[in-house]
Write a protein that binds this ligand. Structure first.
Ligand code: B12
Ligand code: SF4
Ligand code: SF4
Length: 396
């Protein structure tokens, strides 16, 4: 047991043996790759954040974009910071087969809570640094630090053209986290070499052309942001959303090194306790807010409001429900029609609007005519554009 050595001078962390034992400890805790960078400001990331804010590429995102001076200065995060230990932890697991039915997809990083074990492991390493006389604070996916930039500086991986950090020999299905500490530790001597070369597969496979330059994502087009963004889902991207309920993996599942290497890399095939890889859309749309938060509460939901998931679910319904499944059969309403009717008369105009789109896309214009005189302007506006909704097939 490592105890706090009160009144004893801090341990000499510049000794290479100290760093090696700390790294070893981190790896034993399940962190796949660990590296070190110094705590100087993240100048490149600061310029990028300001630039993307100025060009509108960050859309309405807050996160690290809200206060670039803060998120790129480790000394604001921890006064007197000298070093940052950066770790990558795999979130790869074998993907289950499609369960059939009207099922929405969840991106790999969101299928389970991968941040808690990452943070717990980092906390144990931080505890050891504190016991040795230093301040040490853990950050993982928070607003105070740009995780990819410190990972790059710590030599963990290269910046892919898809903006992800790819680990040599292992790809990009990794979450990143850090410990900002006052201890002086030897930083990585050089960054990992670029591994993209002439490949451009992620550009080609991105469903919305959101990669606008090497390592630059236009959040206004990126489905991973649009599924989180509150408000009306932009009409332009509703068809491209396909069956994605949360997150988008296409620029990684199309990435040759990630695809090739992640299966070779030791897979984490722990039973999935989180939301899972697929979500039954009808169940989602019939679920209570309490149950939705119990299952999906770990995700970023603006104002912790599950209506954004219902919105995504309605668009997915329009995109993937069998076109004849909403029609009346033998005088019995199908589950799709029941759920559409429910949402077409929902008290929330934002949900009525997306239900209107889904119904028309499924060829059920007959269900929505009365919304032409909806009391809410946004619903009337959606109705006024009804002829531009791409109908999958008209029910005969
Ligand atoms: C905001 C955010 C998003 C936003 C915006 C993403 C973005 N590109 O900025 C949205 C919601 C779209 C998003 C999506 C995703 N995210 Co995100 N996100 C974040 C968050 C909170 C901040 C990111 C940030 O500050 N970006 C700032 C910009 C300026 O950085 P950048 O885009 O990486 O730009 C750098 C490069 O352009 C590079 N660069 C400079 N010159 C050059 C030149 C070349 C040639 C190249 C290639 C690069 C390059 O320098 C820039 C500055 O560092 C971080 C967590 C955190 N606190 O850091 C997670 C984080 C980046 N996200 C993560 C994940 C897993 C994802 C998704 C894969 C999730 C999913 N499946 O849906 C997608 C991937 C989308 C994509 N292709 O980027 C992981 C990334 C892990 C990894 N291996 O890289 C992070 C680190 C969370 C974590 N702690 O694990 N995310
Ligand atoms: S996450 Fe999806 S939408 Fe965003 S850049 Fe990658 S492939 Fe494109
Ligand atoms: S798909 Fe190709 S270009 Fe894009 S990140 Fe992967 S290796 Fe790089």
């Amino acid at each position: 047991m490592h105890r706090v050595k009160r009144n004893s001078p801090p341990v000499d962390t510049t000794d290479p043996a100290y760093l090696e034992s700390l790294m070893q400890f981190a790896r034993e805790l399940g962190l796949d790759r660990v590296g070190v960078t110094d705590a100087s400001p993240l100048s490149r990331a600061r310029v990028a954040l300001h630039d993307r804010n100025a060009r509108g590429l960050s859309d309405t995102m807050g996160f690290t974009y809200r206060n670039p001076s803060r998120s790129t200065d480790p000394n604001t995060a921890v006064e007197g910071a000298r070093s940052i230990i950066v770790a990558a932890r795999s979130y790869h697991s074998d993907q289950p087969d499609h369960p059939g039915g009207i099922s929405a997809r969840v991106a790999r990083y969101a299928q389970d809570d991968h941040y808690t074990p990452l943070r717990q492991a980092l906390q144990k390493v931080a505890l050891r640094l504190r016991a040795d006389g230093y301040r040490a604070v853990v950050f993982a996916d928070e607003n105070n630090l740009v995780d990819r930039e410190v990972a790059y500086r710590a030599g963990l991986g290269w910046f892919g053209k898809n903006a992800n950090i790819l680990l040599p020999g292992a790809g990009s299905f990794f979450s990143l986290g850090s410990i900002v500490t006052t201890a002086v530790l030897a930083p990585a001597s050089q960054p990992a070499p670029d591994g993209c070369g002439t490949c451009r597969a992620c550009y080609d496979e991105c469903p919305t052309q959101a990669i606008v330059a090497d390592g630059v994502i236009d959040a206004r087009r990126c489905l991973a942001w649009l599924v989180q963004k509150p408000g009306i889902f932009q009409r332009e991207f509703r068809v491209a959303l396909g069956d994605r309920l949360y997150g988008c993996d296409d620029c990684q599942t199309s990435c040759p090194p990630t695809v090739r290497l992640h299966s070779r890399h030791h897979a984490r095939i722990a039973p999935i306790a989180g939301p899972g890889a697929f979500v039954d859309v009808i169940e989602l749309l019939n679920e209570t807010n309490e149950n939705l938060l119990a299952r999906f509460g770990a995700w970023y939901l603006a104002d912790r409001d599950p209506r954004w998931l219902r919105r995504n679910g309605l668009i997915i319904l329009g995109n993937i429900a069998p076109v004849d499944s909403s029609a009346v059969e033998n005088s019995v309403m199908s589950p799709v029609e029941i759920v559409l009717r429910r949402y077409l008369s929902d008290i929330d105009p934002m949900l009525r609007l997306h239900a209107l789109w889904a119904a028309v896309r499924l060829g059920r214009r007959d269900l929505v005519e009365y919304l032409a005189s909806d009391p809410d302007e946004s619903v009337r506006d959606e109705y006024s554009q009804i002829d531009s909704i791409p109908i999958r097939a008209v029910a005969s």
